[in-house]
Design a protein around this ligand. Structure first.
Ligand code: FAD
Length: 369
């Protein structure tokens, strides 16, 4: 049997691609070496956030957030989609300058954001320590339980006639289709590499490194935190290339649990908890929110962000191929940008006009680098 499209990877990015392409009537097969949403998607935080590191990053996060809002009414309750908003927390006056810059950027791009002074910040989040300078509230940001959202997208694709092959490892992708470890060839007109942090094994021209992160989840403490809270220093942590870093990043879950992050490490390939970095991460969180010390943690885990050299994902045709596409390398924003990625890749395969300019995400930029 020949499929219109074969997607390698049933993480949230592959699932979103399958949902978009199958909605347009294409026959899609999704192939995963494991189960649905067992890669990085299982390890993420589910913060749907508009980011302003670059125009291209803004365009993709903003577009994707709109798509999440469109999808939200159809998401099952277990996807826990909630508009909790983000507060970017400023520790001092220098970071307040960054708050003002960020607000101006958002305002010029049609995103509503409100500057909070010290008092307003404490009122919004009473468990933050005293003496923080203020923050920026971006109300439109949300959170989602990404595992259930991925399942939902896969079910949607299946409903549209897609086939999902689990426990099948791809060993080669080419213009003709996907070769599996057991020797079988899955013939397909187009192939999408959505293998996340492992995408460069199948497509060595894609520069993707594993960037390890730790997360902790607590028992239920309803009302302890109301917004996703991120220190402005997070941006330094996300941009840094060489060193291990931690940042205060806290998320309220609808269950009343609190998800606590985050760390970033290159060069650490094992899934083990690194207690040195975990302790640094906790210490950073306690600096901002001392009462976190009194809460009980129930689980700690790690995951690997698929990181690219320029912090933008690869979405589009891979140089050297006629019909092999990349949808990979979303670093710490793949939950947010999955839906936009799915639409952009579907646009390219179907020859449709895209809602945003997809050229900044083209893998062809590798050739220029
Ligand atoms: C600690 C942490 C916190 C994060 N927080 C957020 C957040 O708050 N918001 C946000 O937007 N993003 C966040 N992210 C990032 C987000 O989780 C990832 O960008 C996203 O999950 C990547 O999805 P993916 O589908 O590309 O990859 P994956 O989920 O890894 O899926 C890839 C799939 O491909 C399969 N695969 C790989 N190789 C093969 C092969 N050869 N054959 C068959 N199958 C194969 C794997 O089994 C896997 O299922 C976070 C990540 C981490 C680690």
């Amino acid at each position: 049997m020949t499929f219109d499209v074969a997607i390698v990877g049933a993480g949230i990015v592959g699932a979103a691609g399958a949902a978009s392409l199958s909605s347009a009537g294409l026959r899609v097969v999704v192939i995963d070496a494991n189960e649905v949403a067992t890669g990085t998607t299982a390890a993420g935080m589910g913060h749907i956030v508009v980011m302003d590191d670059s125009e291209a990053q803004f365009a993709l996060t903003n577009y994707s957030q709109k798509l999440w809002n469109d999808l939200a009414p159809t998401l099952p309750q277990n996807s826990e989609y909630e508009h909790c908003g983000t507060i970017w927390v400023a520790a001092d006056d220098e970071e307040m300058d960054e708050v003002r810059r960020k607000k101006d950027f958002y305002a010029s791009h049609g995103v509503e954001a409100e500057i909070l002074n010290e008092t307003a910040l404490r009122k919004a989040e009473p468990n933050l320590r005293e003496g923080l300078a203020g923050g920026l509230l971006v109300k439109q940001d949300s959170v989602v339980y990404q595992l259930c959202a991925t399942d939902f997208l896969i079910e949607k694709a299946k409903h549209n006639g897609s086939v999902v092959m689990k426990g099948k490892k791809a060993v080669e992708i080419s213009d003709g289709g996907v070769k599996l470890e057991n020797g079988a060839l899955i013939a397909a007109g187009k192939v999408i590499n959505a293998a996340g942090a492992l995408a460069s094994i199948l497509s060595p021209s894609l520069k993707i490194l594993k960037r390890k992160g730790h997360l902790v989840i607590t028992e239920r403490y309803p009302g302890f935190v109301s917004h996703q809270l991120i220190e402005l220093g997070y941006l330094k942590s996300a941009h840094g290339k060489d060193t291990d870093s931690v940042a205060f990043n806290v998320q309220p879950r609808s269950t009343g649990q609190i998800l606590l992050g985050s760390s970033r490490q290159f060069g650490s390939e094992d899934t083990e908890i690194d207690y040195n970095i975990l302790n640094r991460m906790a210490a950073r969180a306690f600096e901002y929110m001392p009462k976190l010390r009194e809460l009980s943690a129930v689980r700690t885990w790690t995951g690997f962000r698929p990181a690219t050299p320029d912090n933008l994902p690869y979405i589009g045709l891979i140089p050297g191929f006629k019909s092999v596409y990349a949808a990979a390398g979303h670093e710490g924003l793949g939950i947010t940008t999955s839906l936009g990625t799915g639409e952009l890749i579907a646009d390219q395969i179907l020859g449709r006009q895209s809602m945003i300019d997809a050229s900044p995400y083209s893998p062809s930029r590798l050739a220029a680098a």
